[in-house]
Design a protein around this ligand. Structure first.
Ligand code: ATP
Ligand code: MN
Length: 467
């Protein structure tokens, strides 16, 4: 046989029938009778399978025994018009090679009804399912869309460090990084851990945010974004938190809070539109299987302006709701941080659209946020989305050296590892702003999945770092 190049199934399904083709992939299902077998083959290039029609006369009975769900095949044949497969074309097989057999008794994806929870326990294999194929393709498209968005705007992609000495950001509990022998930790004269003996000569951790370094970049090249892994040792087993997640953090010189809000809204709308434009097959699959409101919800955020509300106004709305009989698990009064139930009430029940919350009490926000004239609020902004709650957190940054230093002092923070950051305000300080979008929170919104563990290939959560 002359050599024939493999064509991906996505492309085959869009090819005119009548030619000789070579397809490779994994068996999803096999059915048929004595005369003819139908094999649904998938190679991950699309949610859709291509149907292989194998005339039993042409093949050995033993071959069909090896063609089980999960087995990998190389199939050569003629691409013909299909009547029954639900696709325009199918392959009339002339040659089938089993590349790798798959023992039906042991293959973990045999069971017809595989719950998402079960699939998490076989996360190394769940990528082979239609669901995770769809999630992975959407995840890939979203990453590409993010780079496209910022690239079109002339932002510089800045790589910020994952290992950091600064523990000052206060965004979450940190994972320590050390090469010290835990059974023999060096101590100083006072009996404290002697970090000078550690790899970096200092106490170091995995980063909870690239923002502080991002500000260094923005105050040098104007507009930057980071896009990388972020680590938080939060012991909160919620469907919205991971210990290792990906964050996108744009930081812009000369942007005030209004410019910041405008960018955030344009950004998420761009991403949702991109998903609708590039992932419709996968979205339809997820919409049908898990969340029949998915596509509609995605479209619903595009046409309208997000609702801007101050924290203080939001507290009044929530207090009124409580007075009217709405029950929340957590209390609300001025000065508390909202829980996801409060955020979702504002978005889903009260306004019926995404909300941008601004002007938070300074005590529940980080030290670097720009202080308002009132002396008690700061120019933070949280973007809240239906079904999820907070998807973006950001702020205009305090540009005044004096105010920043006073705030650091007020909070009793150690300046030791922060002097480099404060330099941005010492030398050519400018108004600037930025925000962080949790990549997996975005993916919850554009996949309709309800647990964040199901939108990242290999989730890390308390007591779980398997695979
Ligand atoms: P939350 O209040 O929802 O726990 P946060 O206020 O601690 O979030 P920020 O420090 O503002 O989060 O981080 C910016 C963004 O990163 C959040 O808006 C969210 O989208 C995402 N994010 C934060 N923590 C996590 C986490 N543990 N897992 C996944 N995404 C996260
Ligand atoms: Mn936040």
């Amino acid at each position: 046989m002359e050599t024939l190049k493999r064509t991906k199934i996505k492309d085959l399904l869009a090819t005119k029938p009548g030619i000789e083709v070579l397809a490779k992939g994994w068996v999803r299902t096999k059915r048929g009778n004595k005369q003819v077998k139908f094999i649904a083959l998938n190679d991950g290039s699309t949610i859709n399978n291509i149907q292989i029609v194998a005339n039993a006369e042409l093949f050995d009975e033993e071959l069909f025994k090896k063609i089980t769900t999960g087995a990998s095949l190389s199939v050569r044949g003629k691409l013909v018009e299909s009547v029954g497969s639900g696709q325009a074309v199918e392959i009339q097989a002339t040659d089938i090679q089993v590349l790798g057999e798959c023992d039906p008794m042991r293959f973990p994806l045999q069971k017809k009804d595989t719950t998402l929870e079960y699939l998490r326990s076989v996360a190394h294999m769940r990528l082979r399912t239609n669901t995770f194929g769809a999630v992975l393709r959407i995840r890939n498209q979203m990453a590409f869309a993010i780079h496209t968005f910022f690239n079109q705007k002339g932002f510089v992609y800045l790589h910020t460090p994952l290992i950091t000495e600064s523990d000052a950001e206060g965004a979450g509990d940190m994972f320590q990084v050390t090469t010290m022998d835990l059974k023999n930790i060096p101590l100083d004269k006072k009996g404290n851990v002697d970090f000078s003996k550690d790899f970096f000569g200092k106490k170091t951790s995995l980063t909870v945010s690239g923002q502080l370094e991002g500000e260094l970049g923005a105050t040098a090249v104007g507009e930057i974004y980071t896009f990388g892994p972020t680590f938080r040792a939060e012991n909160s087993n919620t469907p919205r938190h991971l210990a290792e997640f990906w964050m996108i953090e744009p930081e812009m010189a000369f942007y005030d809070i209004n410019d910041n809000m405008e960018l955030a809204e344009e950004f998420v709308k761009f991403l949702v539109q991109w998903a609708l434009d590039h992932c419709m097959d996968d979205l339809k699959f997820l919409n049908d299987k898990y969340d029949d409101g998915l596509i509609e919800r995605m479209k619903s955020v595009l046409g309208i302006a997000f609702q801007k509300v101050t924290y203080t106004e939001a507290v009044e709305i929530l207090e009124k709701a409580i007075a009217d009989g709405v029950k929340f698990e957590y209390p609300v009064h001025w000065g508390t941080d909202f829980q996801s139930e409060h955020e979702r009430y504002l978005v889903e029940k009260h306004f019926g659209k995404p909300v941008i919350l601004i002007d938070f009490p300074k005590d529940i926000k980080a030290f670097y946020m720009k202080q308002n004239e009132d002396g008690r609020t700061v120019r933070g902004m949280d973007v809240l989305f239906p079904k999820i709650g907070e998807i973006i957190g950001g702020s205009e940054r305090e540009a005044s050296l004096e105010k920043l230093e006073t705030r650091i002092e007020e909070l009793g923070m150690s300046r030791k590892n922060l002097e480099w950051y404060i330099d941005t305000r010492r030398y050519g300080s400018v108004p600037h702003s930025g925000f962080g979008l949790g990549f997996e929170r975005l993916l919850l919104f554009v996949t309709g999945m309800s647990n964040i563990r199901d939108v990242i290939p290999f989730p890390r959560t308390p007591k779980n770092a398997e695979f």
